[in-house]
Write a protein that binds this ligand. Structure first.
Ligand code: DAH
Length: 370
């Protein structure tokens, strides 16, 4: 039954208080149930000058009260006036902000919808590959060393046995810092072309035995295409001790390749040339796309050009000349070194067909590694 204002016969303070409490309870109940469409009717029912509940209260409880109860009734009615006005206004405000939220979220807020996704970042595939390589060698007892990307001619070339004007320098052209003509050649700064200078820095800091792995960014004067980038990453390795032989080099790299590409991968070593190793070799692995068969899906394997082998890195026994630059005794120590391109390994591991994908920052590509 909807609330109606009762006429009072008893105007005692207790009776007035009880009547006010009843009115207040009705107000709370109605305001909680009111809908946007009923808002105007709700305001009128309580506050219309003509016959609204407050007007009736005024008529019945104040004007209708005996003289001696006027003071008490007046106070009560005043309080109720304030209370009802405040409450009706608060109800209107509540409905207004609900309708603003409705405009934002549609007619209503659907709490069963999935929340806004906050995607977690993931390791970039090049960094991930670099860390994987590093962990293989950490397990073999190698420590990690880093060096500057802006390097001197001495560390990048001279101490690695590339003499000034030697044609081997042409294979690793790079950017030189401008305005250094006044400096001696060995002190001139350039963007390092390989991580091999970190070998030299490590040997200058530490006497043999030494086993270090040097990951990092390198720069070459190469035009960008599907297999080249002027900025890329390498991981360099170096082990120097007494009695280190080419067998140690082969065993170490064969193990590392099996860890990286799976235990069925085979390795083979081809004669090559690097100024800082003698002998030098290129290491190839059996093609992981055709399992070394040279044929795939009834046709020639494109990844290894049907040869069954893929060239992966350069390596060799450290040239004794290099030891002279770092104050190692070339007559008592021997060692091996190797250097590999990280992108090249990532391309193989993940079947990526364009090196530029690593640098474009396209999340559709990167998300596949998350
Ligand atoms: N630094 C060579 C390059 O960038 C790669 C390399 C070859 C590193 C043989 C080595 C090595 O340590 O022994 O082409």
């Amino acid at each position: 039954m909807a609330y109606t204002v009762p006429p009072l016969t008893d105007f005692s303070p207790e009776a007035l208080a009880a009547a006010a409490a009843e009115l207040q309870a009705a107000l709370m109940q109605e305001s909680a149930a009111v809908t946007a469409a009923e808002l105007e009717a709700f305001r009128n029912r309580w506050m219309a000058r003509k016959n609204g509940i407050l007007t009736q209260v005024n008529e019945l409880w104040l004007k209708g009260s005996p003289k001696e109860a006027k003071r008490e009734a007046g106070q009560r009615v005043n309080e109720l006036n304030k209370l009802v006005t405040a409450h009706v206004e608060a109800t209107e405000q509540r409905m207004q902000s609900a309708s603003a939220a409705g405009q934002l979220y549609g007619d209503h807020l659907d709490v069963t919808l999935p929340g806004t996704r906050q995607p977690l970042g993931a390791e970039h595939p090049v960094m991930r590959t670099m860390h994987e390589i590093a962990s293989v060698f950490r397990n073999l007892g190698y420590s990690i060393a880093e060096g500057p990307e802006v390097e001197t001619d001495f560390y990048n070339f001279e101490a690695l046995n590339f003499p000034p004007n030697h044609p081997a320098r042409d294979t690793q052209d790079t950017l030189f810092i401008a305005g250094q003509e006044g400096k001696a050649l060995r002190d001139r700064l350039l963007l390092r072309t390989h991580t091999s200078p970190v070998q030299i820095r490590s040997m200058m800091q530490q006497k043999p035995p030494i086993r270090v792995l040097c990951p990092g960014k390198v720069h070459r004067n190469d035009a960008a295409d599907a297999t080249h980038s002027p900025v890329f990453h390498q991981v360099e390795g170096l082990a120097v001790d007494e009695n280190i032989t080419f067998c140690d080099l082969k065993g170490t790299l064969d193990h590392a390749m099996k860890m990286l590409f799976g235990s069925s991968v085979k390795t083979r070593f081809y004669p090559s040339f690097f100024p800082f190793t003698e002998p030098s070799a290129d290491m190839q692995i059996s093609c992981i796309f055709c399992n070394g068969k040279g044929q795939r899906d009834g046709g020639p394997c494109r990844n290894c050009k049907s040869s069954g082998w893929i060239e992966l890195l350069g390596c060799g026994m450290v040239d004794p000349n290099v030891y002279n630059f770092v104050d190692y005794d070339a007559t008592t120590v021997s060692g091996f070194a190797f250097g590999m391109g990280v992108e090249r390994i990532a391309i193989m591991k993940y079947g990526v067909d364009d090196i530029q994908l690593f640098y474009n920052g396209d999340v559709r590509f990167l998300e596949q590694f998350a």
